[in-house]
Design a protein around this ligand. Sequence first.
Ligand code: CTP
Length: 409
Amino acid sequence: MSDDIFSGKKIILGITGCIAAYKSAILLRELIKRGADVKVVMTPSATEFIAPLTLSTLSKHEVIINIFPQSQKNGTALSTWHIDYAVWADLMIIAPSTVNTIAKIAHGFADNALTTLVSALRCPLLIAPAADVDMYENKITQQNIYTLEENGIYIIHAEEGELASGLSGKGRFPEIDKIIDASELILSGYKKDLAAKKILVTAGPTYEDIDPVRFIGNRSSGKMGFEIAKSAFLRGANVTLISGPVREKIYPEINFIKVRSANEMKKEVEKELKGNEVLIMSAAVADYKPSTVSNKKIKKEDKLTSIKLTETSDILASIEKKDKIVVGFALETDNELKNASKKLISKNLDMIVLNSLKDMKSGFEVDTNKITIIKKTGKQIKFPLMSKFQAANKILTEIIKIKNQKIVF
Ligand code: CTP
Protein backbone atom coordinates (compact mmCIF):
# COMPACT_ATOMS: atom_id res chain seq x y z
CA MET A 1 0.00 0.00 0.00
CA SER A 2 1.18 3.51 -0.82
CA ASP A 3 2.29 5.67 2.09
CA ASP A 4 0.48 8.66 0.58
CA ILE A 5 -1.92 9.95 3.24
CA PHE A 6 -4.71 10.04 0.59
CA SER A 7 -4.34 6.34 -0.17
CA GLY A 8 -7.57 4.54 0.73
CA LYS A 9 -9.13 7.66 2.27
CA LYS A 10 -12.86 8.12 1.78
CA ILE A 11 -13.68 11.62 0.61
CA ILE A 12 -16.97 13.31 -0.28
CA LEU A 13 -16.63 16.11 -2.79
CA GLY A 14 -19.49 18.60 -2.59
CA ILE A 15 -19.97 20.91 -5.56
CA THR A 16 -22.25 23.96 -5.66
CA GLY A 17 -23.50 26.24 -8.43
CA CYS A 18 -20.76 28.65 -9.33
CA ILE A 19 -18.57 29.11 -12.38
CA ALA A 20 -15.53 27.62 -10.61
CA ALA A 21 -17.45 24.31 -10.50
CA TYR A 22 -15.75 23.29 -13.74
CA LYS A 23 -12.47 23.09 -11.80
CA SER A 24 -13.95 20.47 -9.44
CA ALA A 25 -13.31 17.79 -12.05
CA ILE A 26 -9.58 18.52 -11.81
CA LEU A 27 -9.73 18.41 -8.01
CA LEU A 28 -11.60 15.10 -8.21
CA ARG A 29 -9.04 13.63 -10.61
CA GLU A 30 -6.18 14.75 -8.37
CA LEU A 31 -7.74 13.19 -5.25
CA ILE A 32 -8.26 9.92 -7.12
CA LYS A 33 -4.71 10.02 -8.50
CA ARG A 34 -3.44 10.27 -4.92
CA GLY A 35 -5.38 7.08 -4.04
CA ALA A 36 -8.59 8.42 -2.47
CA ASP A 37 -12.05 6.94 -2.99
CA VAL A 38 -14.25 9.93 -3.82
CA LYS A 39 -18.06 10.24 -3.95
CA VAL A 40 -19.60 13.40 -5.38
CA VAL A 41 -22.66 15.24 -4.10
CA MET A 42 -23.90 18.27 -6.07
CA THR A 43 -26.50 20.94 -5.57
CA PRO A 44 -29.02 21.11 -8.45
CA SER A 45 -27.58 24.46 -9.60
CA ALA A 46 -24.05 22.99 -9.79
CA THR A 47 -25.31 20.76 -12.62
CA GLU A 48 -25.80 23.93 -14.71
CA PHE A 49 -22.01 24.41 -14.64
CA ILE A 50 -20.61 20.88 -14.87
CA ALA A 51 -22.17 17.64 -16.09
CA PRO A 52 -22.77 14.98 -13.41
CA LEU A 53 -21.72 12.41 -16.02
CA THR A 54 -18.17 13.84 -16.02
CA LEU A 55 -18.00 13.44 -12.25
CA SER A 56 -19.58 10.00 -12.06
CA THR A 57 -17.23 8.77 -14.80
CA LEU A 58 -14.17 10.10 -12.98
CA SER A 59 -15.28 8.99 -9.49
CA LYS A 60 -16.81 5.66 -10.60
CA HIS A 61 -19.72 6.32 -8.23
CA GLU A 62 -23.26 7.56 -8.70
CA VAL A 63 -23.37 11.35 -8.30
CA ILE A 64 -26.01 12.41 -5.80
CA ILE A 65 -27.94 15.58 -6.65
CA ASN A 66 -31.34 15.18 -5.03
CA ILE A 67 -32.33 14.25 -1.51
CA PHE A 68 -34.18 11.37 -3.12
CA PRO A 69 -31.54 10.09 -5.54
CA GLN A 70 -32.30 8.41 -8.84
CA SER A 71 -31.10 4.99 -7.67
CA GLN A 72 -33.54 5.11 -4.78
CA LYS A 73 -36.59 5.56 -6.95
CA ASN A 74 -37.06 1.81 -7.58
CA GLY A 75 -36.23 0.50 -4.14
CA THR A 76 -34.92 1.27 -0.69
CA ALA A 77 -31.20 0.56 -1.17
CA LEU A 78 -30.12 4.14 -0.62
CA SER A 79 -32.93 5.38 1.60
CA THR A 80 -30.56 6.58 4.30
CA TRP A 81 -27.79 7.52 1.86
CA HIS A 82 -27.03 10.79 3.71
CA ILE A 83 -26.36 8.92 6.96
CA ASP A 84 -24.40 6.17 5.16
CA TYR A 85 -22.24 8.78 3.41
CA ALA A 86 -21.76 10.75 6.61
CA VAL A 87 -20.56 7.68 8.49
CA TRP A 88 -18.43 6.48 5.55
CA ALA A 89 -16.37 9.62 4.99
CA ASP A 90 -12.94 10.55 6.38
CA LEU A 91 -13.23 14.06 4.95
CA MET A 92 -15.75 16.20 3.10
CA ILE A 93 -14.61 18.98 0.79
CA ILE A 94 -17.05 21.54 -0.61
CA ALA A 95 -15.28 23.17 -3.52
CA PRO A 96 -16.44 25.53 -4.77
CA SER A 97 -18.98 26.64 -2.21
CA THR A 98 -21.42 29.44 -3.07
CA VAL A 99 -22.30 32.09 -0.50
CA ASN A 100 -25.77 30.51 -0.47
CA THR A 101 -24.46 27.11 0.66
CA ILE A 102 -22.20 28.81 3.21
CA ALA A 103 -25.21 30.67 4.61
CA LYS A 104 -27.27 27.49 4.78
CA ILE A 105 -24.56 25.51 6.58
CA ALA A 106 -23.89 28.38 8.99
CA HIS A 107 -27.54 28.29 9.99
CA GLY A 108 -28.06 24.54 10.01
CA PHE A 109 -30.29 24.25 6.96
CA ALA A 110 -30.76 20.80 5.41
CA ASP A 111 -32.84 21.60 2.35
CA ASN A 112 -30.98 19.78 -0.42
CA ALA A 113 -28.83 16.64 -0.72
CA LEU A 114 -25.57 18.46 0.04
CA THR A 115 -26.72 20.43 3.08
CA THR A 116 -28.64 17.43 4.42
CA LEU A 117 -25.43 15.41 4.27
CA VAL A 118 -23.45 18.20 5.98
CA SER A 119 -25.94 18.23 8.86
CA ALA A 120 -25.16 14.56 9.55
CA LEU A 121 -21.39 14.71 9.00
CA ARG A 122 -18.99 13.10 11.50
CA CYS A 123 -15.69 13.83 9.71
CA PRO A 124 -13.85 17.14 9.21
CA LEU A 125 -15.30 19.54 6.65
CA LEU A 126 -13.23 21.75 4.37
CA ILE A 127 -14.91 24.56 2.46
CA ALA A 128 -13.39 26.58 -0.39
CA PRO A 129 -15.76 29.47 -1.14
CA ALA A 130 -15.81 31.22 -4.50
CA ALA A 131 -17.94 34.22 -5.49
CA ASP A 132 -17.77 37.59 -7.10
CA VAL A 133 -16.06 40.25 -5.02
CA ASP A 134 -19.17 42.00 -3.63
CA MET A 135 -20.92 38.72 -2.84
CA TYR A 136 -17.81 37.42 -1.10
CA GLU A 137 -17.05 40.58 0.83
CA ASN A 138 -20.68 41.06 1.80
CA LYS A 139 -20.80 41.50 5.58
CA ILE A 140 -23.33 38.72 6.06
CA THR A 141 -21.24 36.28 4.01
CA GLN A 142 -18.17 37.17 6.07
CA GLN A 143 -20.14 36.67 9.28
CA ASN A 144 -21.29 33.27 8.03
CA ILE A 145 -17.71 32.28 7.15
CA TYR A 146 -16.65 33.37 10.63
CA THR A 147 -19.43 31.24 12.15
CA LEU A 148 -18.23 28.22 10.18
CA GLU A 149 -14.62 28.71 11.33
CA GLU A 150 -15.75 29.16 14.91
CA ASN A 151 -17.47 25.81 14.62
CA GLY A 152 -14.30 24.01 13.55
CA ILE A 153 -14.91 24.00 9.80
CA TYR A 154 -11.69 24.51 7.83
CA ILE A 155 -12.07 27.41 5.40
CA ILE A 156 -9.70 28.11 2.54
CA HIS A 157 -10.34 31.81 2.14
CA ALA A 158 -10.92 32.97 -1.43
CA GLU A 159 -7.97 34.52 -3.25
CA GLU A 160 -7.68 37.97 -4.73
CA GLY A 161 -7.54 38.47 -8.49
CA GLU A 162 -9.47 38.62 -11.73
CA LEU A 163 -13.00 37.24 -11.50
CA ALA A 164 -15.32 35.69 -14.10
CA SER A 165 -17.43 38.87 -14.15
CA GLY A 166 -14.46 40.95 -15.28
CA LEU A 167 -14.25 42.59 -11.86
CA SER A 168 -11.19 42.16 -9.76
CA GLY A 169 -10.93 41.50 -6.02
CA LYS A 170 -11.39 38.83 -3.38
CA GLY A 171 -13.49 35.85 -4.36
CA ARG A 172 -11.29 33.74 -6.60
CA PHE A 173 -11.36 29.99 -6.22
CA PRO A 174 -7.93 28.86 -4.97
CA GLU A 175 -5.50 26.80 -7.03
CA ILE A 176 -6.29 23.08 -6.85
CA ASP A 177 -2.84 22.48 -5.29
CA LYS A 178 -3.82 24.54 -2.26
CA ILE A 179 -7.04 22.54 -1.74
CA ILE A 180 -5.05 19.31 -2.00
CA ASP A 181 -2.47 20.64 0.50
CA ALA A 182 -5.18 21.72 2.96
CA SER A 183 -6.87 18.31 2.60
CA GLU A 184 -3.55 16.60 3.31
CA LEU A 185 -3.11 18.81 6.35
CA ILE A 186 -6.55 17.90 7.74
CA LEU A 187 -6.19 14.19 6.96
CA SER A 188 -2.87 14.29 8.84
CA GLY A 189 -4.69 15.61 11.92
CA TYR A 190 -3.58 19.25 11.80
CA LYS A 191 -5.72 22.37 12.09
CA LYS A 192 -5.25 26.16 12.20
CA ASP A 193 -3.21 26.03 15.41
CA LEU A 194 -0.86 28.83 14.29
CA ALA A 195 -3.65 31.36 13.77
CA ALA A 196 -2.32 34.92 13.45
CA LYS A 197 1.24 33.87 14.43
CA LYS A 198 3.89 35.75 12.49
CA ILE A 199 6.46 33.39 11.03
CA LEU A 200 9.52 34.17 8.94
CA VAL A 201 10.98 31.36 6.83
CA THR A 202 14.08 31.32 4.63
CA ALA A 203 14.63 28.83 1.84
CA GLY A 204 16.77 27.86 -1.10
CA PRO A 205 20.40 28.41 -1.95
CA THR A 206 22.25 31.69 -2.27
CA TYR A 207 24.20 32.57 -5.39
CA GLU A 208 27.51 34.35 -4.96
CA ASP A 209 28.50 36.01 -8.22
CA ILE A 210 31.92 35.57 -9.80
CA ASP A 211 31.17 37.61 -12.92
CA PRO A 212 27.95 38.55 -14.83
CA VAL A 213 27.64 34.92 -16.04
CA ARG A 214 28.94 32.64 -13.28
CA PHE A 215 28.24 32.17 -9.63
CA ILE A 216 29.02 29.87 -6.70
CA GLY A 217 25.85 28.15 -5.57
CA ASN A 218 24.64 24.91 -4.01
CA ARG A 219 22.13 22.16 -4.73
CA SER A 220 19.34 23.35 -2.41
CA SER A 221 15.96 23.23 -4.23
CA GLY A 222 14.14 25.23 -1.56
CA LYS A 223 11.49 22.49 -1.22
CA MET A 224 11.82 22.06 2.55
CA GLY A 225 11.51 25.79 3.28
CA PHE A 226 8.60 26.19 0.86
CA GLU A 227 6.75 23.28 2.50
CA ILE A 228 7.31 24.89 5.91
CA ALA A 229 6.02 28.24 4.65
CA LYS A 230 2.96 26.66 3.00
CA SER A 231 2.14 24.48 6.00
CA ALA A 232 2.51 27.39 8.42
CA PHE A 233 0.10 29.39 6.23
CA LEU A 234 -2.40 26.52 6.07
CA ARG A 235 -2.19 26.28 9.86
CA GLY A 236 -3.27 29.92 10.04
CA ALA A 237 0.01 31.85 10.33
CA ASN A 238 0.98 35.10 8.62
CA VAL A 239 4.03 34.00 6.69
CA THR A 240 6.95 35.80 5.10
CA LEU A 241 9.22 33.69 2.94
CA ILE A 242 12.67 34.91 1.93
CA SER A 243 14.15 32.70 -0.74
CA GLY A 244 17.21 32.40 -2.88
CA PRO A 245 16.81 31.41 -6.56
CA VAL A 246 14.48 28.37 -6.84
CA ARG A 247 11.73 27.05 -9.11
CA GLU A 248 9.12 26.32 -6.43
CA LYS A 249 5.65 27.92 -6.50
CA ILE A 250 4.15 29.66 -3.47
CA TYR A 251 0.64 30.72 -2.43
CA PRO A 252 -0.26 34.34 -3.27
CA GLU A 253 -1.06 35.17 0.39
CA ILE A 254 2.52 34.52 1.49
CA ASN A 255 4.71 37.61 1.60
CA PHE A 256 7.42 36.41 -0.78
CA ILE A 257 10.81 38.12 -0.93
CA LYS A 258 13.26 36.94 -3.55
CA VAL A 259 16.98 37.37 -2.92
CA ARG A 260 20.14 36.18 -4.60
CA SER A 261 23.19 36.41 -2.36
CA ALA A 262 23.92 35.69 1.32
CA ASN A 263 24.34 39.41 1.82
CA GLU A 264 20.90 40.19 0.37
CA MET A 265 19.35 37.42 2.46
CA LYS A 266 20.93 38.83 5.63
CA LYS A 267 19.58 42.33 4.93
CA GLU A 268 16.05 41.02 4.32
CA VAL A 269 16.08 38.73 7.37
CA GLU A 270 17.19 41.61 9.59
CA LYS A 271 14.48 43.85 8.14
CA GLU A 272 11.66 41.29 8.43
CA LEU A 273 12.63 39.76 11.76
CA LYS A 274 11.32 42.73 13.76
CA GLY A 275 7.72 42.01 12.74
CA ASN A 276 7.90 38.24 13.27
CA GLU A 277 7.79 35.97 16.30
CA VAL A 278 9.46 32.91 14.82
CA LEU A 279 12.40 32.53 12.41
CA ILE A 280 12.91 29.22 10.62
CA MET A 281 16.19 29.40 8.76
CA SER A 282 16.10 26.56 6.26
CA ALA A 283 18.09 28.35 3.56
CA ALA A 284 21.42 26.88 2.49
CA VAL A 285 23.36 30.10 2.84
CA ALA A 286 26.81 30.25 1.23
CA ASP A 287 29.66 30.40 3.74
CA TYR A 288 32.03 32.00 1.24
CA LYS A 289 31.74 34.48 -1.62
CA PRO A 290 34.28 35.63 -4.21
CA SER A 291 36.34 38.47 -2.75
CA THR A 292 35.77 40.51 -5.89
CA VAL A 293 33.08 40.31 -8.54
CA SER A 294 34.27 40.96 -12.08
CA ASN A 295 31.89 43.31 -13.91
CA LYS A 296 32.96 41.79 -17.24
CA LYS A 297 32.74 38.15 -18.25
CA ILE A 298 36.01 36.43 -17.36
CA LYS A 299 37.50 35.10 -20.62
CA LYS A 300 39.35 31.82 -21.17
CA GLU A 301 42.48 33.74 -22.12
CA ASP A 302 42.47 35.38 -18.67
CA LYS A 303 43.81 31.98 -17.49
CA LEU A 304 41.91 32.08 -14.21
CA THR A 305 43.10 29.19 -12.05
CA SER A 306 41.74 30.14 -8.65
CA ILE A 307 39.13 32.37 -7.06
CA LYS A 308 39.92 34.23 -3.86
CA LEU A 309 37.11 33.86 -1.35
CA THR A 310 35.89 35.87 1.62
CA GLU A 311 33.66 34.55 4.40
CA THR A 312 30.02 35.69 4.34
CA SER A 313 28.49 36.72 7.61
CA ASP A 314 26.52 34.06 9.49
CA ILE A 315 22.91 35.25 9.56
CA LEU A 316 21.68 32.93 12.31
CA ALA A 317 24.64 33.53 14.56
CA SER A 318 24.51 37.31 14.24
CA ILE A 319 20.79 38.22 14.45
CA GLU A 320 19.12 39.61 17.56
CA LYS A 321 17.13 36.70 19.03
CA LYS A 322 15.50 38.34 22.02
CA ASP A 323 11.84 37.33 22.39
CA LYS A 324 11.96 35.22 19.22
CA ILE A 325 11.86 31.51 18.62
CA VAL A 326 14.78 30.76 16.31
CA VAL A 327 15.14 27.48 14.44
CA GLY A 328 18.13 26.45 12.37
CA PHE A 329 18.89 23.63 9.98
CA ALA A 330 21.98 21.50 9.72
CA LEU A 331 22.91 19.38 6.77
CA GLU A 332 25.67 16.99 7.72
CA THR A 333 27.50 14.10 6.13
CA ASP A 334 29.34 12.81 9.20
CA ASN A 335 29.25 13.12 13.00
CA GLU A 336 25.73 14.38 12.36
CA LEU A 337 24.26 14.64 15.85
CA LYS A 338 27.44 16.04 17.35
CA ASN A 339 27.85 18.67 14.62
CA ALA A 340 24.19 19.69 14.71
CA SER A 341 24.21 20.01 18.52
CA LYS A 342 27.33 22.13 18.28
CA LYS A 343 25.58 24.50 15.85
CA LEU A 344 22.51 24.67 18.10
CA ILE A 345 24.68 25.92 20.96
CA SER A 346 27.11 28.12 19.04
CA LYS A 347 24.30 29.89 17.16
CA ASN A 348 22.13 30.09 20.30
CA LEU A 349 19.06 28.43 18.76
CA ASP A 350 15.86 27.09 20.31
CA MET A 351 15.86 24.12 17.98
CA ILE A 352 17.84 22.66 15.10
CA VAL A 353 16.62 20.34 12.35
CA LEU A 354 19.22 17.88 11.21
CA ASN A 355 19.01 16.22 7.85
CA SER A 356 21.52 13.70 6.80
CA LEU A 357 22.89 13.33 3.31
CA LYS A 358 23.58 9.67 4.05
CA ASP A 359 20.04 8.72 3.10
CA MET A 360 19.45 8.66 -0.68
CA LYS A 361 15.90 9.97 -0.35
CA SER A 362 16.84 12.74 2.07
CA GLY A 363 18.27 16.18 1.44
CA PHE A 364 18.60 17.95 -1.89
CA GLU A 365 16.19 17.91 -4.85
CA VAL A 366 13.89 15.19 -3.48
CA ASP A 367 10.36 15.36 -2.06
CA THR A 368 11.21 13.30 1.02
CA ASN A 369 13.35 13.94 4.05
CA LYS A 370 14.59 12.11 7.13
CA ILE A 371 14.96 14.58 9.96
CA THR A 372 16.07 14.63 13.56
CA ILE A 373 14.94 17.54 15.70
CA ILE A 374 17.25 18.63 18.51
CA LYS A 375 15.85 20.99 21.12
CA LYS A 376 17.73 23.48 23.27
CA THR A 377 17.00 21.17 26.22
CA GLY A 378 19.05 18.45 24.50
CA LYS A 379 15.94 16.42 23.65
CA GLN A 380 16.28 14.58 20.32
CA ILE A 381 13.38 13.39 18.20
CA LYS A 382 14.18 11.11 15.27
CA PHE A 383 11.63 10.82 12.49
CA PRO A 384 11.45 8.18 9.76
CA LEU A 385 11.68 9.06 6.07
CA MET A 386 8.60 11.12 5.14
CA SER A 387 7.43 13.69 2.59
CA LYS A 388 8.80 17.21 3.07
CA PHE A 389 5.20 18.32 3.67
CA GLN A 390 4.89 15.89 6.58
CA ALA A 391 8.36 16.82 7.88
CA ALA A 392 7.43 20.51 7.72
CA ASN A 393 4.41 19.87 9.93
CA LYS A 394 6.42 17.85 12.46
CA ILE A 395 8.80 20.82 12.70
CA LEU A 396 5.93 23.30 13.19
CA THR A 397 4.35 21.13 15.88
CA GLU A 398 7.65 20.99 17.79
CA ILE A 399 7.96 24.79 17.50
CA ILE A 400 4.51 25.16 19.05
CA LYS A 401 5.73 23.10 22.04
CA ILE A 402 8.65 25.46 22.73
CA LYS A 403 7.96 27.43 25.86
CA ASN A 404 8.50 31.11 25.30
CA GLN A 405 7.36 33.78 27.68
CA LYS A 406 6.52 36.22 24.92
CA ILE A 407 4.91 33.87 22.41
CA VAL A 408 1.83 31.98 23.46
CA PHE A 409 0.64 29.34 21.05
N1 CTP B 1 23.40 29.87 8.15
C1 CTP B 1 23.28 31.24 8.20
N2 CTP B 1 24.22 32.03 7.61
C2 CTP B 1 25.29 31.49 7.01
C3 CTP B 1 25.44 30.09 6.96
C4 CTP B 1 24.46 29.31 7.55
O1 CTP B 1 22.31 31.75 8.77
N3 CTP B 1 26.17 32.30 6.44
C5 CTP B 1 22.36 29.04 8.80
C6 CTP B 1 21.64 28.07 7.87
O2 CTP B 1 20.51 28.66 7.29
C7 CTP B 1 21.28 26.94 8.80
C8 CTP B 1 22.37 26.96 9.85
O3 CTP B 1 22.98 28.25 9.77
O4 CTP B 1 20.05 27.15 9.45
C9 CTP B 1 23.42 25.92 9.67
O5 CTP B 1 23.93 25.99 8.36
P1 CTP B 1 25.08 25.00 7.87
O6 CTP B 1 25.47 25.37 6.47
O7 CTP B 1 24.67 23.58 8.15
O8 CTP B 1 26.22 25.35 8.91
P2 CTP B 1 27.44 26.26 8.89
O9 CTP B 1 27.37 27.09 10.12
O10 CTP B 1 27.55 26.99 7.59
O11 CTP B 1 28.60 25.20 9.06
P3 CTP B 1 29.24 24.14 8.01
O12 CTP B 1 28.90 24.64 6.63
O13 CTP B 1 30.67 24.17 8.33
O14 CTP B 1 28.61 22.81 8.33
